[in-house]
Design a protein around this ligand. Structure first.
Ligand code: ATP
Length: 236
């Protein structure tokens, strides 16, 4: 297993945002967490990135206990996040944002190769290389956030709501790109409200409800589960 999460509890003051969450992600796969607003998806992702403190439990990445490791050390180990709400640097250009994504690396040749990889996935970023990121469209900013995360050459990329706010056609495109990223060898942990698409793409899936994992299975199993269908797939 590339990532193992054991009995994770995270609080905001007295509020228990996530309670006793356990799951693992196998190297080479796409795993997804689905759930309603406020279920604890973003909190889980932030905790895995090192941005939230763990109250109880453990996070193991590539065999190492990273529960208390600062975020940049995690990025160096190969764990990087594309945050919810895009979270790019709006005053910087596309080029500068992508440079920031690779800032922990020193291998120039590898960085150049990964920039080509990002341009291959998102040709629009190459066209807009010198544009100030904050002036780009929502979809373009989403592509940039994912591209920036990939510039760290992660073994595991955390994608928090990559389809948020995108037009239907672009949603399809983003999900195809996620599959492509995975096929190129990067393990993916995906948080999504677009449960239908996420379950279609994911090898393993977990349903988060009010801070707890209520169901787990393969993407196909959960997509076919009546309770999941009724709650997250619009009942079809
Ligand atoms: P969404 O899909 O709406 O983004 P989510 O599943 O990502 O939801 P979280 O953002 O992880 O949910 O929130 C989990 C719970 O923790 C919610 O009840 C939320 O109100 C609470 N919470 C999140 N951030 C804070 C904070 N900074 N202070 C206090 N409570 C918070």
């Amino acid at each position: 297993m590339l990532l193992e999460v054991e009995g994770l509890c995270v609080n905001y003051g007295h509020i228990e945002a996530i309670r006793n969450i356990s799951f693992s992600v196998e190297e080479g796969t796409i795993a997804t967490l689905i759930g309603a607003n406020g279920a604890g998806k973003t909190t889980t992702m932030k905790t895995l990135s090192g941005l939230r403190k763990v109250r109880e439990g453990k996070v193991v990445f590539a065999g190492k206990d990273i529960t208390h490791l600062p975020p940049f050390e995690r990025v160096k180990m190969g764990l990087s996040q594309s945050p919810e709400g895009r979270g790019i640097f709006p005053g910087m250009t596309v080029r500068e944002n992508l440079d920031m994504g690779g800032y922990v690396r020193k291998d120039k040749a590898g960085l150049a190769a990964d920039l080509e990889r990002v341009f291959g996935l998102f040709p629009r970023l190459q066209e807009r290389f010198d544009q100030v990121a904050g002036t780009m469209s929502g979809g373009e900013q989403q592509m940039l956030a994912i591209g920036r995360a990939l510039m760290a050459r992660p073994r595991l990329v955390l994608l928090d709501e990559p389809s948020m706010g995108l037009a239907p056609k672009l949603i399809q495109q983003i999900f195809s790109i996620i599959t492509e990223i995975n096929e190129q060898g990067t393990t993916v942990l995906l948080v999504e409200q677009n449960a239908a698409q996420a379950l279609k793409r994911a090898h393993t899936a977990h349903v988060l409800e009010t801070g707890e994992i209520k169901r787990s299975g393969t993407g196909a199993e959960l997509a076919g589960d009546d309770a999941v269908k009724a709650a997250y797939l619009g009942g079809d």
